[in-house]
Design a protein around this ligand. Structure first.
Ligand code: DGT
Ligand code: CA
Ligand code: CA
Ligand code: ZN
Length: 590
Protein backbone atom coordinates (compact mmCIF):
# COMPACT_ATOMS: atom_id res chain seq x y z
CA UNK A 1 0.00 0.00 0.00
CA UNK A 2 2.48 2.62 -1.06
CA UNK A 3 0.01 5.49 -0.85
CA UNK A 4 -0.16 5.16 2.93
CA UNK A 5 2.46 6.88 5.01
CA UNK A 6 5.46 4.63 5.20
CA UNK A 7 4.46 1.75 7.50
CA UNK A 8 7.59 1.89 9.63
CA UNK A 9 6.08 4.60 11.77
CA UNK A 10 2.99 2.66 12.53
CA UNK A 11 4.60 -0.63 13.41
CA UNK A 12 6.29 0.96 16.37
CA UNK A 13 5.08 0.13 19.83
CA UNK A 14 2.66 2.83 20.90
CA UNK A 15 4.60 6.03 21.59
CA UNK A 16 6.04 6.45 25.03
CA UNK A 17 5.26 10.14 24.86
CA UNK A 18 1.82 11.46 25.75
CA UNK A 19 0.54 14.96 25.21
CA UNK A 20 -0.59 15.56 28.79
CA UNK A 21 2.69 14.20 30.13
CA UNK A 22 4.62 16.67 28.02
CA UNK A 23 2.41 19.55 29.11
CA UNK A 24 2.88 18.72 32.79
CA UNK A 25 6.61 18.15 32.34
CA UNK A 26 6.97 21.56 30.69
CA UNK A 27 5.23 23.22 33.64
CA UNK A 28 7.44 21.39 36.13
CA UNK A 29 10.56 22.41 34.23
CA UNK A 30 9.39 26.00 34.18
CA UNK A 31 8.72 25.92 37.92
CA UNK A 32 12.26 24.62 38.38
CA UNK A 33 13.64 27.53 36.36
CA UNK A 34 11.64 30.06 38.33
CA UNK A 35 12.62 28.57 41.68
CA UNK A 36 16.22 28.67 40.59
CA UNK A 37 15.84 32.36 39.84
CA UNK A 38 14.61 32.86 43.37
CA UNK A 39 17.76 31.05 44.45
CA UNK A 40 15.72 28.42 46.24
CA UNK A 41 17.93 25.45 47.16
CA UNK A 42 17.30 21.79 46.18
CA UNK A 43 13.72 22.28 44.98
CA UNK A 44 14.68 23.12 41.38
CA UNK A 45 16.50 19.81 41.15
CA UNK A 46 13.54 17.94 42.56
CA UNK A 47 11.16 19.58 40.06
CA UNK A 48 13.51 18.84 37.20
CA UNK A 49 13.84 15.22 38.20
CA UNK A 50 10.08 14.87 38.44
CA UNK A 51 9.67 16.64 35.08
CA UNK A 52 12.05 14.23 33.43
CA UNK A 53 10.24 11.19 34.82
CA UNK A 54 6.85 12.49 33.74
CA UNK A 55 8.22 13.27 30.30
CA UNK A 56 9.49 9.72 29.93
CA UNK A 57 6.51 7.92 31.46
CA UNK A 58 5.45 5.01 29.30
CA UNK A 59 1.74 5.58 29.90
CA UNK A 60 -0.57 8.58 29.94
CA UNK A 61 -0.46 10.35 33.28
CA UNK A 62 -4.20 11.01 33.24
CA UNK A 63 -4.95 7.32 32.81
CA UNK A 64 -2.47 6.53 35.53
CA UNK A 65 -4.22 8.97 37.85
CA UNK A 66 -7.66 7.67 36.93
CA UNK A 67 -6.58 4.14 37.79
CA UNK A 68 -4.60 4.70 40.95
CA UNK A 69 -5.24 8.25 42.15
CA UNK A 70 -2.60 10.38 43.78
CA UNK A 71 -0.94 7.25 45.15
CA UNK A 72 -0.13 6.12 41.61
CA UNK A 73 1.40 9.52 40.88
CA UNK A 74 3.68 9.08 43.88
CA UNK A 75 5.08 5.92 42.39
CA UNK A 76 6.61 7.91 39.53
CA UNK A 77 10.33 8.23 40.28
CA UNK A 78 11.10 11.64 41.75
CA UNK A 79 7.46 12.53 42.38
CA UNK A 80 6.92 12.89 46.12
CA UNK A 81 3.96 13.98 48.15
CA UNK A 82 4.46 17.64 47.34
CA UNK A 83 4.72 17.39 43.57
CA UNK A 84 2.07 14.69 43.29
CA UNK A 85 -0.62 16.97 44.75
CA UNK A 86 0.40 19.65 42.26
CA UNK A 87 0.07 17.23 39.37
CA UNK A 88 -3.29 16.10 40.74
CA UNK A 89 -4.52 19.68 40.88
CA UNK A 90 -3.49 20.23 37.27
CA UNK A 91 -5.13 17.04 36.04
CA UNK A 92 -8.38 17.79 37.88
CA UNK A 93 -8.70 21.51 37.15
CA UNK A 94 -6.43 22.18 34.18
CA UNK A 95 -4.75 24.83 36.32
CA UNK A 96 -2.02 25.02 38.90
CA UNK A 97 -2.23 27.77 41.45
CA UNK A 98 1.41 27.56 42.53
CA UNK A 99 2.57 27.87 38.93
CA UNK A 100 0.29 30.83 38.18
CA UNK A 101 1.59 32.64 41.26
CA UNK A 102 5.20 32.09 40.24
CA UNK A 103 4.36 33.18 36.71
CA UNK A 104 3.12 36.51 38.08
CA UNK A 105 6.49 37.09 39.68
CA UNK A 106 8.31 36.12 36.51
CA UNK A 107 6.17 37.36 33.67
CA UNK A 108 8.80 36.47 31.12
CA UNK A 109 8.97 33.97 28.28
CA UNK A 110 11.79 31.88 29.73
CA UNK A 111 11.41 29.19 27.12
CA UNK A 112 11.69 31.56 24.13
CA UNK A 113 14.49 33.61 25.64
CA UNK A 114 16.28 30.41 26.61
CA UNK A 115 16.58 29.52 22.94
CA UNK A 116 18.94 32.45 22.39
CA UNK A 117 22.45 31.02 22.56
CA UNK A 118 24.18 32.02 25.78
CA UNK A 119 21.06 33.35 27.50
CA UNK A 120 20.12 31.15 30.47
CA UNK A 121 17.32 31.89 32.97
CA UNK A 122 19.59 33.97 35.20
CA UNK A 123 20.74 36.29 32.44
CA UNK A 124 17.19 36.56 31.11
CA UNK A 125 16.03 37.60 34.57
CA UNK A 126 18.76 40.19 34.81
CA UNK A 127 17.61 41.70 31.51
CA UNK A 128 14.04 41.72 32.77
CA UNK A 129 15.01 43.52 35.99
CA UNK A 130 17.24 46.06 34.27
CA UNK A 131 15.46 46.66 30.98
CA UNK A 132 12.01 45.10 31.39
CA UNK A 133 12.69 42.52 28.67
CA UNK A 134 9.92 39.91 28.70
CA UNK A 135 10.18 38.15 25.37
CA UNK A 136 12.12 37.83 22.13
CA UNK A 137 10.55 40.99 20.66
CA UNK A 138 11.65 43.11 23.62
CA UNK A 139 15.07 41.53 23.41
CA UNK A 140 15.45 42.37 19.75
CA UNK A 141 14.44 45.99 20.29
CA UNK A 142 16.87 46.43 23.18
CA UNK A 143 19.73 44.75 21.34
CA UNK A 144 19.19 46.87 18.25
CA UNK A 145 19.10 50.03 20.38
CA UNK A 146 22.41 48.89 21.97
CA UNK A 147 20.92 48.91 25.43
CA UNK A 148 22.14 45.47 26.40
CA UNK A 149 25.84 46.29 26.39
CA UNK A 150 25.21 48.66 29.28
CA UNK A 151 23.84 45.99 31.62
CA UNK A 152 26.30 44.61 34.14
CA UNK A 153 27.62 41.23 33.04
CA UNK A 154 26.89 41.94 29.38
CA UNK A 155 29.15 43.69 26.91
CA UNK A 156 29.37 44.69 23.29
CA UNK A 157 30.32 41.14 22.36
CA UNK A 158 27.42 39.48 24.16
CA UNK A 159 25.06 42.01 22.61
CA UNK A 160 26.30 41.03 19.15
CA UNK A 161 25.97 37.39 20.04
CA UNK A 162 22.38 37.93 21.17
CA UNK A 163 21.56 39.70 17.92
CA UNK A 164 23.00 36.90 15.84
CA UNK A 165 21.22 34.23 17.91
CA UNK A 166 17.85 35.97 17.72
CA UNK A 167 16.97 34.96 14.17
CA UNK A 168 17.32 31.30 15.00
CA UNK A 169 15.45 31.63 18.29
CA UNK A 170 12.52 33.37 16.61
CA UNK A 171 12.33 30.81 13.81
CA UNK A 172 12.56 28.05 16.43
CA UNK A 173 9.38 29.33 18.02
CA UNK A 174 7.46 29.22 14.78
CA UNK A 175 8.16 25.61 13.91
CA UNK A 176 7.75 22.55 16.09
CA UNK A 177 10.20 19.66 16.23
CA UNK A 178 8.83 16.62 14.43
CA UNK A 179 9.38 14.49 17.51
CA UNK A 180 7.21 16.82 19.57
CA UNK A 181 4.49 16.88 16.94
CA UNK A 182 4.32 13.09 16.55
CA UNK A 183 2.47 12.27 19.79
CA UNK A 184 0.18 15.28 19.33
CA UNK A 185 -0.77 14.21 15.82
CA UNK A 186 -1.18 10.57 16.81
CA UNK A 187 -3.52 11.51 19.62
CA UNK A 188 -5.57 13.84 17.41
CA UNK A 189 -5.86 11.42 14.50
CA UNK A 190 -6.90 8.60 16.77
CA UNK A 191 -9.64 10.81 18.23
CA UNK A 192 -10.81 11.71 14.71
CA UNK A 193 -10.90 8.03 13.76
CA UNK A 194 -13.51 7.43 16.44
CA UNK A 195 -16.11 9.42 14.46
CA UNK A 196 -18.03 6.89 12.42
CA UNK A 197 -18.54 9.34 9.54
CA UNK A 198 -14.77 9.46 9.00
CA UNK A 199 -13.58 6.56 6.86
CA UNK A 200 -9.93 7.47 6.84
CA UNK A 201 -7.58 10.14 8.21
CA UNK A 202 -3.98 10.68 7.18
CA UNK A 203 -1.39 13.29 8.03
CA UNK A 204 0.26 14.84 4.98
CA UNK A 205 2.45 17.94 4.41
CA UNK A 206 5.86 18.26 6.03
CA UNK A 207 4.73 15.86 8.78
CA UNK A 208 4.39 13.02 6.31
CA UNK A 209 7.61 14.04 4.57
CA UNK A 210 9.22 13.77 8.02
CA UNK A 211 10.84 17.16 7.96
CA UNK A 212 12.80 17.76 11.15
CA UNK A 213 10.48 20.66 12.01
CA UNK A 214 6.84 21.23 11.19
CA UNK A 215 5.25 24.59 10.36
CA UNK A 216 1.71 23.28 10.66
CA UNK A 217 0.04 19.91 10.45
CA UNK A 218 -2.06 19.06 7.42
CA UNK A 219 -4.66 16.31 7.75
CA UNK A 220 -6.83 14.73 5.09
CA UNK A 221 -10.00 12.81 5.77
CA UNK A 222 -12.29 10.67 3.67
CA UNK A 223 -15.94 11.22 4.45
CA UNK A 224 -19.31 11.67 2.77
CA UNK A 225 -20.41 13.93 5.63
CA UNK A 226 -17.91 16.82 5.62
CA UNK A 227 -20.08 19.01 7.82
CA UNK A 228 -20.18 16.46 10.63
CA UNK A 229 -16.45 16.03 10.28
CA UNK A 230 -15.85 19.77 10.62
CA UNK A 231 -18.13 20.07 13.66
CA UNK A 232 -16.29 17.23 15.33
CA UNK A 233 -12.82 18.48 14.41
CA UNK A 234 -13.39 22.03 15.63
CA UNK A 235 -14.75 20.84 18.98
CA UNK A 236 -12.51 17.87 19.67
CA UNK A 237 -10.39 19.82 22.17
CA UNK A 238 -11.91 22.29 24.62
CA UNK A 239 -8.72 24.30 24.82
CA UNK A 240 -8.06 24.71 21.11
CA UNK A 241 -9.12 27.77 19.13
CA UNK A 242 -10.91 27.74 15.78
CA UNK A 243 -9.03 29.73 13.15
CA UNK A 244 -11.40 28.99 10.29
CA UNK A 245 -14.30 26.65 9.70
CA UNK A 246 -15.52 25.80 6.24
CA UNK A 247 -17.27 23.02 4.37
CA UNK A 248 -14.17 21.30 3.07
CA UNK A 249 -11.41 22.85 5.12
CA UNK A 250 -11.02 23.99 8.72
CA UNK A 251 -8.09 25.07 10.83
CA UNK A 252 -7.62 24.96 14.57
CA UNK A 253 -4.81 25.97 16.89
CA UNK A 254 -4.02 23.50 19.67
CA UNK A 255 -2.99 24.55 23.16
CA UNK A 256 0.57 23.52 22.27
CA UNK A 257 0.53 26.31 19.67
CA UNK A 258 0.43 23.87 16.79
CA UNK A 259 -1.90 24.75 13.90
CA UNK A 260 -3.79 21.90 12.26
CA UNK A 261 -5.57 22.08 8.90
CA UNK A 262 -8.12 19.43 8.04
CA UNK A 263 -9.44 18.90 4.53
CA UNK A 264 -12.13 16.47 3.46
CA UNK A 265 -12.09 14.57 0.18
CA UNK A 266 -14.02 11.73 -1.35
CA UNK A 267 -12.53 8.25 -1.55
CA UNK A 268 -12.01 8.59 -5.31
CA UNK A 269 -9.88 11.71 -5.03
CA UNK A 270 -7.84 10.63 -2.07
CA UNK A 271 -4.64 9.62 -3.90
CA UNK A 272 -4.35 12.89 -5.77
CA UNK A 273 -5.24 14.85 -2.64
CA UNK A 274 -2.59 12.98 -0.65
CA UNK A 275 -0.05 13.70 -3.35
CA UNK A 276 -0.90 17.37 -3.63
CA UNK A 277 -0.96 18.10 0.10
CA UNK A 278 2.05 15.99 0.92
CA UNK A 279 4.08 18.26 -1.33
CA UNK A 280 6.60 19.59 -1.15
CA UNK A 281 5.44 22.51 -3.16
CA UNK A 282 8.66 22.33 -5.21
CA UNK A 283 8.09 18.62 -5.88
CA UNK A 284 4.51 19.37 -6.97
CA UNK A 285 5.59 22.12 -9.32
CA UNK A 286 7.98 19.74 -11.09
CA UNK A 287 5.32 17.06 -11.36
CA UNK A 288 2.88 19.53 -12.84
CA UNK A 289 5.41 20.55 -15.47
CA UNK A 290 5.80 16.92 -16.46
CA UNK A 291 2.02 16.52 -16.65
CA UNK A 292 1.80 19.57 -18.91
CA UNK A 293 4.56 18.23 -21.16
CA UNK A 294 2.33 15.19 -21.68
CA UNK A 295 -0.68 17.46 -22.31
CA UNK A 296 -2.19 16.37 -19.02
CA UNK A 297 -3.44 18.33 -16.04
CA UNK A 298 -2.54 17.43 -12.45
CA UNK A 299 -4.41 18.81 -9.45
CA UNK A 300 -5.54 17.70 -6.00
CA UNK A 301 -8.57 16.13 -7.72
CA UNK A 302 -6.65 13.92 -10.13
CA UNK A 303 -4.60 13.55 -13.28
CA UNK A 304 -6.71 14.50 -16.30
CA UNK A 305 -6.59 14.37 -20.06
CA UNK A 306 -9.23 16.90 -21.03
CA UNK A 307 -12.28 15.81 -19.04
CA UNK A 308 -11.09 12.27 -18.66
CA UNK A 309 -9.66 11.19 -15.31
CA UNK A 310 -6.54 9.08 -15.85
CA UNK A 311 -5.75 8.48 -12.19
CA UNK A 312 -6.83 9.83 -8.80
CA UNK A 313 -7.41 7.02 -6.31
CA UNK A 314 -3.83 6.21 -5.38
CA UNK A 315 -0.54 8.05 -5.56
CA UNK A 316 1.09 5.02 -7.10
CA UNK A 317 -1.20 5.12 -10.15
CA UNK A 318 -0.56 8.82 -10.64
CA UNK A 319 3.21 8.45 -10.54
CA UNK A 320 2.91 5.56 -12.95
CA UNK A 321 0.79 7.52 -15.42
CA UNK A 322 3.35 10.31 -15.22
CA UNK A 323 5.98 7.80 -16.28
CA UNK A 324 7.81 7.21 -13.04
CA UNK A 325 8.10 4.93 -10.02
CA UNK A 326 6.51 5.59 -6.64
CA UNK A 327 8.46 8.19 -4.70
CA UNK A 328 8.54 7.78 -0.91
CA UNK A 329 7.14 10.85 0.91
CA UNK A 330 10.43 11.56 2.68
CA UNK A 331 12.15 12.07 -0.67
CA UNK A 332 9.68 14.57 -2.12
CA UNK A 333 11.85 17.65 -1.76
CA UNK A 334 12.77 18.20 -5.42
CA UNK A 335 16.34 17.13 -4.81
CA UNK A 336 16.63 14.99 -7.92
CA UNK A 337 14.12 12.32 -6.90
CA UNK A 338 11.88 12.95 -9.92
CA UNK A 339 14.68 12.33 -12.43
CA UNK A 340 15.70 9.23 -10.48
CA UNK A 341 12.09 8.00 -10.54
CA UNK A 342 11.86 8.57 -14.31
CA UNK A 343 15.02 6.56 -14.88
CA UNK A 344 13.94 3.78 -12.53
CA UNK A 345 16.90 4.58 -10.29
CA UNK A 346 15.24 5.36 -6.99
CA UNK A 347 17.16 4.09 -3.97
CA UNK A 348 15.62 1.38 -1.84
CA UNK A 349 15.38 3.36 1.37
CA UNK A 350 16.50 1.96 4.69
CA UNK A 351 13.77 0.96 7.18
CA UNK A 352 13.63 0.84 10.94
CA UNK A 353 13.60 -2.96 10.82
CA UNK A 354 16.99 -2.93 9.09
CA UNK A 355 18.69 -1.46 12.17
CA UNK A 356 20.61 -4.09 14.17
CA UNK A 357 21.90 -1.86 16.93
CA UNK A 358 22.43 1.63 18.27
CA UNK A 359 25.92 3.14 18.14
CA UNK A 360 25.68 6.08 20.54
CA UNK A 361 24.27 6.21 24.03
CA UNK A 362 25.08 7.55 27.48
CA UNK A 363 24.66 5.86 30.85
CA UNK A 364 24.67 7.06 34.44
CA UNK A 365 28.46 6.64 34.46
CA UNK A 366 29.21 10.10 33.10
CA UNK A 367 26.65 12.01 35.13
CA UNK A 368 24.48 13.30 32.33
CA UNK A 369 22.91 10.01 31.35
CA UNK A 370 20.52 8.34 33.73
CA UNK A 371 20.17 4.65 32.93
CA UNK A 372 22.33 1.82 34.25
CA UNK A 373 24.18 -0.40 31.77
CA UNK A 374 21.75 -3.18 32.56
CA UNK A 375 18.68 -1.01 31.95
CA UNK A 376 20.11 0.23 28.67
CA UNK A 377 20.83 -3.31 27.55
CA UNK A 378 17.29 -4.41 28.35
CA UNK A 379 15.85 -1.44 26.52
CA UNK A 380 17.96 -2.18 23.45
CA UNK A 381 16.94 -5.80 23.54
CA UNK A 382 13.27 -4.88 23.67
CA UNK A 383 13.77 -2.98 20.42
CA UNK A 384 15.06 -6.16 18.83
CA UNK A 385 18.69 -5.08 18.62
CA UNK A 386 21.74 -7.30 18.56
CA UNK A 387 24.13 -4.75 20.05
CA UNK A 388 24.35 -1.38 21.77
CA UNK A 389 27.42 0.81 22.00
CA UNK A 390 27.95 2.44 25.38
CA UNK A 391 29.60 5.75 24.57
CA UNK A 392 29.74 7.92 27.65
CA UNK A 393 31.55 11.22 27.55
CA UNK A 394 35.26 10.67 27.96
CA UNK A 395 38.04 13.16 28.56
CA UNK A 396 38.24 16.28 30.69
CA UNK A 397 37.17 18.94 28.18
CA UNK A 398 33.41 19.07 28.69
CA UNK A 399 33.27 20.23 32.26
CA UNK A 400 29.51 20.21 32.71
CA UNK A 401 29.55 16.44 32.63
CA UNK A 402 31.72 14.08 34.58
CA UNK A 403 33.70 12.76 31.61
CA UNK A 404 35.33 9.38 32.18
CA UNK A 405 39.12 9.19 32.36
CA UNK A 406 41.18 6.15 31.40
CA UNK A 407 40.83 4.55 34.81
CA UNK A 408 37.04 4.86 34.97
CA UNK A 409 36.70 3.73 31.38
CA UNK A 410 38.64 0.57 32.22
CA UNK A 411 36.31 -0.04 35.16
CA UNK A 412 33.34 0.39 32.87
CA UNK A 413 34.85 -1.98 30.32
CA UNK A 414 35.20 -4.63 33.02
CA UNK A 415 31.60 -4.17 34.05
CA UNK A 416 30.49 -4.47 30.43
CA UNK A 417 32.47 -7.71 30.05
CA UNK A 418 30.86 -9.10 33.17
CA UNK A 419 27.40 -8.00 32.07
CA UNK A 420 27.82 -9.47 28.60
CA UNK A 421 28.39 -12.87 30.18
CA UNK A 422 24.99 -12.64 31.83
CA UNK A 423 23.07 -10.99 28.99
CA UNK A 424 21.26 -13.09 26.48
CA UNK A 425 20.50 -11.95 22.93
CA UNK A 426 22.11 -8.53 23.26
CA UNK A 427 25.76 -7.47 23.39
CA UNK A 428 27.01 -4.26 24.89
CA UNK A 429 29.95 -2.75 23.04
CA UNK A 430 32.66 -0.75 24.74
CA UNK A 431 32.97 2.77 23.48
CA UNK A 432 33.36 6.39 24.33
CA UNK A 433 32.32 9.78 22.99
CA UNK A 434 35.43 11.87 23.34
CA UNK A 435 36.16 15.44 22.39
CA UNK A 436 37.94 16.87 19.38
CA UNK A 437 40.01 19.60 21.00
CA UNK A 438 40.38 22.94 19.29
CA UNK A 439 43.65 21.92 17.62
CA UNK A 440 42.25 18.60 16.38
CA UNK A 441 43.85 16.52 19.11
CA UNK A 442 41.75 13.92 20.92
CA UNK A 443 40.84 14.39 24.57
CA UNK A 444 41.95 10.86 25.61
CA UNK A 445 45.25 9.03 25.14
CA UNK A 446 45.65 6.36 22.47
CA UNK A 447 46.50 3.86 25.23
CA UNK A 448 42.80 3.70 26.13
CA UNK A 449 41.32 4.41 22.69
CA UNK A 450 43.05 1.33 21.27
CA UNK A 451 41.35 -0.97 23.78
CA UNK A 452 37.81 0.23 23.14
CA UNK A 453 35.60 -1.41 20.53
CA UNK A 454 34.38 1.79 18.89
CA UNK A 455 35.44 5.40 19.45
CA UNK A 456 33.24 8.41 18.75
CA UNK A 457 34.76 11.87 18.63
CA UNK A 458 32.93 15.15 18.44
CA UNK A 459 33.28 18.91 18.63
CA UNK A 460 31.99 20.19 21.98
CA UNK A 461 33.79 23.54 22.21
CA UNK A 462 35.08 26.42 20.08
CA UNK A 463 32.17 26.09 17.68
CA UNK A 464 32.84 29.34 15.88
CA UNK A 465 36.26 28.67 14.41
CA UNK A 466 36.62 29.71 10.76
CA UNK A 467 35.86 27.01 8.20
CA UNK A 468 39.47 26.38 7.31
CA UNK A 469 40.54 25.76 10.92
CA UNK A 470 37.47 23.67 11.64
CA UNK A 471 37.95 21.50 8.56
CA UNK A 472 41.56 20.79 9.55
CA UNK A 473 40.46 20.12 13.12
CA UNK A 474 37.93 17.47 12.10
CA UNK A 475 40.25 15.89 9.56
CA UNK A 476 43.07 15.54 12.07
CA UNK A 477 40.63 13.80 14.44
CA UNK A 478 39.80 11.35 11.67
CA UNK A 479 43.49 10.76 11.10
CA UNK A 480 43.98 9.66 14.70
CA UNK A 481 43.56 6.05 13.65
CA UNK A 482 41.48 5.03 16.66
CA UNK A 483 38.55 7.33 15.93
CA UNK A 484 35.83 5.39 14.12
CA UNK A 485 32.91 7.82 14.09
CA UNK A 486 32.53 11.60 14.04
CA UNK A 487 29.42 12.22 16.13
CA UNK A 488 26.91 15.01 15.38
CA UNK A 489 29.29 16.35 12.69
CA UNK A 490 27.88 19.88 12.31
CA UNK A 491 27.04 20.47 15.98
CA UNK A 492 23.84 22.31 15.18
CA UNK A 493 20.94 22.51 17.61
CA UNK A 494 17.70 23.23 15.78
CA UNK A 495 16.35 26.57 16.90
CA UNK A 496 19.37 27.52 19.00
CA UNK A 497 22.81 26.79 17.54
CA UNK A 498 24.07 27.21 13.99
CA UNK A 499 26.05 24.41 12.36
CA UNK A 500 29.82 24.84 12.46
CA UNK A 501 31.50 26.16 9.35
CA UNK A 502 33.51 23.54 7.46
CA UNK A 503 34.37 22.38 3.96
CA UNK A 504 32.10 19.38 3.82
CA UNK A 505 33.61 18.08 0.57
CA UNK A 506 37.03 17.89 2.18
CA UNK A 507 35.59 16.21 5.26
CA UNK A 508 33.93 13.60 3.04
CA UNK A 509 37.19 12.91 1.20
CA UNK A 510 39.00 12.46 4.50
CA UNK A 511 36.22 10.21 5.83
CA UNK A 512 36.66 7.94 2.85
CA UNK A 513 40.47 8.00 3.00
CA UNK A 514 40.58 7.22 6.73
CA UNK A 515 37.59 4.87 6.82
CA UNK A 516 35.80 7.08 9.34
CA UNK A 517 32.02 6.98 9.60
CA UNK A 518 29.86 10.08 9.94
CA UNK A 519 27.00 9.98 12.40
CA UNK A 520 23.35 10.66 11.81
CA UNK A 521 22.52 11.79 15.33
CA UNK A 522 18.88 10.97 16.13
CA UNK A 523 18.24 13.50 18.90
CA UNK A 524 15.22 15.47 17.66
CA UNK A 525 16.91 18.85 18.04
CA UNK A 526 20.11 17.66 16.40
CA UNK A 527 19.21 15.58 13.32
CA UNK A 528 22.84 15.91 12.45
CA UNK A 529 23.89 15.26 9.68
CA UNK A 530 20.73 16.67 8.14
CA UNK A 531 19.13 15.29 4.98
CA UNK A 532 20.70 17.85 2.67
CA UNK A 533 24.20 16.93 3.81
CA UNK A 534 23.28 13.27 3.41
CA UNK A 535 22.06 13.70 -0.15
CA UNK A 536 25.21 15.56 -1.09
CA UNK A 537 27.32 12.81 0.50
CA UNK A 538 25.50 9.94 -1.19
CA UNK A 539 28.00 7.35 -2.37
CA UNK A 540 30.93 9.35 -0.99
CA UNK A 541 30.95 8.31 2.65
CA UNK A 542 29.34 5.88 5.05
CA UNK A 543 27.18 6.71 8.01
CA UNK A 544 26.04 5.40 11.37
CA UNK A 545 22.88 6.02 13.34
CA UNK A 546 23.21 7.04 16.97
CA UNK A 547 20.39 8.04 19.27
CA UNK A 548 22.76 9.79 21.69
CA UNK A 549 20.29 8.61 24.36
CA UNK A 550 20.61 10.02 27.83
CA UNK A 551 17.76 7.84 29.11
CA UNK A 552 16.96 4.25 28.14
CA UNK A 553 13.62 5.34 26.68
CA UNK A 554 15.39 7.68 24.26
CA UNK A 555 16.64 4.67 22.32
CA UNK A 556 13.34 5.10 20.50
CA UNK A 557 14.67 8.22 18.82
CA UNK A 558 16.06 5.82 16.24
CA UNK A 559 12.72 6.33 14.52
CA UNK A 560 13.61 9.95 13.80
CA UNK A 561 17.15 9.13 12.73
CA UNK A 562 15.70 6.65 10.27
CA UNK A 563 13.29 9.18 8.80
CA UNK A 564 16.17 11.59 8.44
CA UNK A 565 18.32 8.91 6.79
CA UNK A 566 15.44 8.14 4.43
CA UNK A 567 15.14 11.84 3.58
CA UNK A 568 18.86 11.68 2.85
CA UNK A 569 18.34 8.78 0.39
CA UNK A 570 20.19 6.29 2.61
CA UNK A 571 20.03 2.62 1.85
CA UNK A 572 20.78 -0.27 4.14
CA UNK A 573 24.29 -0.60 2.71
CA UNK A 574 25.12 3.01 3.58
CA UNK A 575 24.67 2.47 7.31
CA UNK A 576 27.08 0.80 9.69
CA UNK A 577 24.36 -0.27 12.11
CA UNK A 578 22.53 -2.30 9.54
CA UNK A 579 25.40 -4.79 9.82
CA UNK A 580 25.13 -7.86 12.00
CA UNK A 581 27.42 -7.88 15.03
CA UNK A 582 29.74 -10.24 13.24
CA UNK A 583 30.07 -7.98 10.21
CA UNK A 584 30.36 -4.92 12.39
CA UNK A 585 33.32 -6.52 14.21
CA UNK A 586 34.94 -7.33 10.92
CA UNK A 587 34.37 -3.88 9.45
CA UNK A 588 35.62 -1.89 12.42
CA UNK A 589 38.11 -4.49 13.63
CA UNK A 590 37.52 -5.26 17.30
P1 DGT B 1 5.32 23.41 6.70
O1 DGT B 1 3.88 23.40 7.09
O2 DGT B 1 5.87 24.76 6.57
O3 DGT B 1 6.16 22.57 7.58
O4 DGT B 1 5.44 22.77 5.23
P2 DGT B 1 4.36 22.02 4.34
O5 DGT B 1 5.09 21.39 3.23
O6 DGT B 1 3.50 21.16 5.17
O7 DGT B 1 3.55 23.23 3.70
P3 DGT B 1 2.05 23.73 3.85
O8 DGT B 1 1.43 23.35 5.15
O9 DGT B 1 2.08 25.16 3.52
O10 DGT B 1 1.28 23.01 2.67
C1 DGT B 1 1.05 21.61 2.67
C2 DGT B 1 1.24 21.07 1.30
O11 DGT B 1 0.29 21.63 0.40
C3 DGT B 1 2.57 21.41 0.68
O12 DGT B 1 3.61 20.55 1.06
C4 DGT B 1 2.27 21.30 -0.78
C5 DGT B 1 0.86 21.78 -0.88
N1 DGT B 1 0.84 23.19 -1.28
C6 DGT B 1 0.63 24.24 -0.49
N2 DGT B 1 0.67 25.38 -1.19
C7 DGT B 1 0.93 25.05 -2.46
C8 DGT B 1 1.10 25.77 -3.68
O13 DGT B 1 1.02 26.98 -3.74
N3 DGT B 1 1.36 25.06 -4.79
C9 DGT B 1 1.47 23.71 -4.76
N4 DGT B 1 1.74 23.06 -5.88
N5 DGT B 1 1.32 23.00 -3.66
C10 DGT B 1 1.04 23.65 -2.52
CA1 CA C 1 2.19 21.89 6.89
CA1 CA D 1 -0.87 23.85 6.05
ZN1 ZN E 1 28.12 14.88 21.94
Amino acid sequence: MPSLPSPIYFNLPSPSIHVKNLEIARILYEIADMLELQEVQFKPRAYRRAARSVEELSEGIEELYKKGGVQALREIPGVGEHISTKIEEFIRTGKLDYYSKLKKEFPIDLEGLGRVEGLGPKKAMKLYRELGIRNLEDLEKAAKAHKIRGVEGFGEKSEEKILSGLGLAKAGGERMLLARAVPIVEELTSKLRTLKEIRRVEAVGSFRRRKETIGDVDLLAVSNYPEKVMDFFTSVYKDSSIMSKGQKKSSIRLSSGLQVDLRVFSEDEFGSAMMYFTGSKEHNVELRKIAISKRLKLSEYGLFYGNKTLASKTEEEIYKKLGMGYIEPEMRENMGEIKAAQKGKLPRLVELEDVRGDLHCHSEWSGDGSGSLDELARSAKSLGYEYLLISDHGGPEVRVVNGLDEKRLREQMKEIDALNKKLDGITLLKGVETNILKDGKIDLPNSILKDLDIVLASVHSNFSQPAETMTKRIISAMENGHVDIIAHPTGRLIGSRQPIAMDFGEVLDAAKRTGTFLEINCQPERMDLDFLHLISAKGKAKFTLGTDSHLPSQLRYMEFGISNARKGWCEKKDLLNCLSLKDLRRTIGF
